[in-house]
Design a protein around this ligand. Structure first.
Ligand SMILES: [Zn+2]
Length: 359
């Protein structure tokens, strides 16, 4: 690396240290020559003086330079953690290959060299769900893909996926927000979606709806790109521009969104009809219960849906929400009180929260 590049990299790393950027963990460590200790970029200890700081690409390099690992952020533990994560990944692959068998915790424990209890905890911590939930998720995915591929009926697909009974599956899929298994077949085949675009105070908004509710509310620069998104999400649905005049229900939903964006109706409650996994539905259902103007952290949402270790999966579910406002993923922020990401930009997230707090 050229000196100029190195200087630039060091400056970027220093900025990461200043903002205690946990996302940079694993990218580098920094050593403090006056204390002889090295830390992760996200370490919560006092920020040292710039002139005393040296950067290293890895913990091993810092150790080689004679520094010792900080007790607070334990930067040397990466290897151990990675190794455990690799074992859990191997188990995930194993579960994928044996999705039609009932694999016990004991069997998995033997494969990973852990007791069943230890395995259960570790798997949940790293993967975000228990091995049993993971296996259920796999069956669900298989069920959905067999629905999409087969021209056969839904019942056949259910038995192919290893579900014992029809009702058990419907229990999981057809909740208040979700599309039925029928509607999953072929990516929304048989579902009719009408859309309309409108310029709002926070940019161009495209709204897609079935006769049951909103399935798409997104912001963007141009209508064509947004329409592309809508079609990608529902590849087999019959998608067409909203007829004029629009049905009364659609006009009502549209008016609701506009009222909300004008700050006159902070408490937006509109019917939603989306494709979603069981986990996404759990998260999105909960988001709809967070009162306007209030926020929860990803961790709090995870706690609330009974999966305290699944904060990351909650963040992913928020990021994959395709019905802005009606599923208020903007009310979830980082545990640190920082804004966190938003699919349509943090500027819009901030604007929406401001709007709700004024209202
Ligand atoms: Zn530290």
């Amino acid at each position: 690396m050229k000196n100029a590049d190195r200087a630039q990299q060091n400056e970027a790393r220093w900025q990461a240290v200043l903002r205690r950027d946990g996302a940079m963990d694993g990218q580098f460590v920094y050593g403090v020559v006056t204390t002889g200790v090295y830390c992760r970029p996200g370490c919560a200890s006092r920020v040292p003086r710039r002139e005393n700081v040296r950067f290293f690409d890895s913990a091993a390099e810092a150790e080689a330079a004679g520094l010792r690992a900080c007790k607070r952020c334990t930067p040397g533990a990466d290897g151990e953690r990675d190794e455990m994560a690799e074992r859990m990944r191997a188990l995930c692959r194993y579960l994928e290959e044996h999705a039609d068998e009932a694999v016990t915790l004991e069997q998995l424990g033997v494969r990973a060299g852990l007791s069943p209890e230890h395995l259960q905890r570790t798997f949940k911590r790293i993967v975000g769900v228990s091995p049993k939930q993971y296996a259920e998720h796999l069956r669900m995915e298989r069920f959905k893909s067999s629905l999409q591929q087969s021209s056969g009926n839904v019942t056949g697909a259910i038995f192919d996926a290893g579900y014992g009974s029809l009702s058990r599956l419907y229990e999981k899929v057809d909740t208040r927000l979700g599309m039925t298994p029928m509607e999953y077949r072929g990516g929304g085949a048989g579902v009719e979606i009408s859309y309309a675009a409108e310029v709002t105070p926070i940019g161009l908004m495209m709204v897609g709806a079935t006769d049951r509710g909103l399935c798409f509310v997104q912001f963007g620069e141009n209508a064509e790109v947004l329409l592309g998104e809508l079609r990608t999400q529902y590849p087999k649905a019959l998608v067409h521009a909203m007829a004029e005049p629009a049905p009364a229900a659609f006009r009502e939903w549209m008016a609701g969104l506009n009222e909300y964006l004008a700050g006159r109706k902070p408490d937006l409650r509109l019917p939603v009809h989306v494709r979603a996994t069981a986990f996404q539905l759990m998260v999105w259902n909960h988001l709809q219960r967070i009162p306007a103007g209030q926020v929860e952290s990803y961790g709090e949402v995870a706690e609330a849906i009974g999966q305290p270790r699944a904060a990351r999966a909650v963040a992913r579910a928020c990021a994959s929400n395709s019905v802005a406002l009606a599923i208020p993923c903007h009310r979830v922020i980082r545990g640190t009180g920082e804004m966190g990401g938003y699919r349509w930009g943090t500027g819009r997230k901030r604007a929406l929260l401001d709007l709700e707090r004024r209202g």
